[in-house]
Design a protein. Structure first.
Length: 167
């Protein structure tokens, strides 16, 4: 980052926080009025691009988060099977009984203690399981694998028109 001035270095640091060029420019000291154009201009600077790439690579190494790992996590959500939450008799398994893929697909668990109406009403538990959006995960996988492009190519219609008006 030696070829960058202080504001540019600060922009690189701030951009790596949230990948928002306008906000990074503001936090780096540019005015709110010009932050959008300054942010976009800085993203086209070769030296800044190099520093951003180095920063992202360093973060990936530090956090051990790779593209492959992200795709694997999305696949866990997209290919999840809600039946794995239950045993053979239909009883909801306890979270510690879930396999890793099933547990990853669960976004939230809500447990509610209730009582049947009346003085002698029996107590019971209602457990709600919310899963991550499977369709969204599958769409992300399809985009990553280029399935939309292939589908678009297959649908492409070519029409040849012959003009015989000169006769």
């Amino acid at each position: 980052m030696t070829s960058l001035n202080d504001k540019q270095r600060r922009f690189v640091e701030e951009y790596l926080v949230d990948l928002n060029a306008t906000q990074a420019a503001i936090r780096a000291g540019y005015s709110e009025k010009t932050a959008r154009s300054q942010g976009q201009r800085m993203l086209t600077n070769v030296d800044i691009q190099k520093c951003l790439s180095e920063g992202q690579a360093a973060r990936a190494t530090r956090t051990k988060i790779t593209q492959d790992r992200v795709v694997q996590e999305i696949a866990r959500l997209g290919l999840s099977d809600v039946r794995k939450l239950f045993d053979d008799s239909g009883r909801l398994l306890q979270p510690h009984e879930w396999d890793d893929d099933t547990a990853a697909a669960v976004a939230a668990i809500e447990v509610d203690q209730r009582k049947e109406p009346g003085e002698d009403g029996e107590r019971y538990t209602v457990t709600k399981i919310k899963a991550w959006d499977k369709n969204s995960a599958l769409e992300k996988l399809m985009k990553h694998l280029g399935l939309y492009e292939r589908d678009n190519e297959q649908r492409q219609v070519i029409v040849n028109i012959r003009d015989d008006l000169d006769d």
